[in-house]
Design a protein around this ligand. Structure first.
Ligand SMILES: Nc1nc2c(ncn2[C@@H]2O[C@H](COP(=O)(O)OP(=O)(O)OP(=O)(O)O)[C@@H](O)[C@H]2O)c(=O)[nH]1
Ligand SMILES: [Zn+2]
Length: 199
């Protein structure tokens, strides 16, 4: 069974103004160094805290790449949780689980006209290689079994429940459209069935 390894206070967000804590874990099923960022001790103070399972995206989260909406979703979540409390599970499954280098190969194919899922498939990967089992184990290590999940992605909703976490509510994110990510977001809606309003 997973348990918390270290729980460390820090400030996050632009300007480092928002108080939070970062947590590491031991005993997770994978050897990935997933972390949780907790706002307002929501795991201890709230019955059904807001939770975002955010998959690592180096290009979007760190460099605010034009190709996706990950950095903006992360910033939106930090702002919201800074006000209301919540838990970000920052999951080290880059590129929907295929890894950074494979994602960049997929980007090359997308530049040639494939959509994000076709590019994955062309490289021999499924649409989405992620598992949310570690995410559920992290929540259980925090003693959190009921959450309000921030997502537009039906796969996350289905899978976290299959791993024994109860959903009190599902809260969507805004659509962060910018030059360069419109095709990506449209593919998420038409093929991935994400609940996002783009037009
Ligand atoms: N393979 C691949 N991965 C991508 C691409 N664009 C973004 N990603 C990855 O997709 C993941 C984004 O996941 P999340 O932000 O957790 O969520 P989501 O599945 O979009 O669902 P939401 O919860 O609704 O945001 C990150 O791991 C990104 O690196 C792409 O074109 N190809
Ligand atoms: Zn991204």
């Amino acid at each position: 069974m997973a348990k918390v390894r270290a729980r460390v206070p820090l400030n996050v967000g632009v300007g480092s103004k928002i108080p939070a804590e970062i947590l590491s874990f031991e005993g997770l099923g994978s050897d990935k160094e997933h972390v949780a960022i907790i706002f307002k001790s929501a795991d201890q103070q709230q019955d059904a805290p807001l939770v975002r399972m955010h998959s690592e995206c180096l290009t979007g989260d760190v460099f605010h790449s034009s190709r996706c909406d990950c950095g903006e979703q992360l910033e939106e979540t930090i702002q919201k949780m800074g006000e209301e409390g919540g838990v970000i599970l920052y999951l080290r499954q880059e590129g929907r689980g295929i890894g950074l280098y494979n994602k960049l190969d997929a980007y090359k194919l997308q530049s040639e006209g494939m959509n994000t899922y076709e590019a994955n498939n062309h490289l021999g990967f499924p649409d989405d290689l992620r598992s949310f089992e570690d995410a559920a184990a992290m929540l259980k290590a925090l003693d959190v079994d009921t959450i309000r999940l921030i997502t537009n992605n039906p796969k996350k909703i289905r899978e976290i429940q299959e791993h024994g976490i109860e959903l009190e509510d599902v809260v969507g994110t805004q659509a962060h459209i910018k030059d360069g990510n419109e095709m990506y977001l449209k593919a998420k809606v038409s093929h991935g069935k994400h609940k996002l309003t783009i037009d």
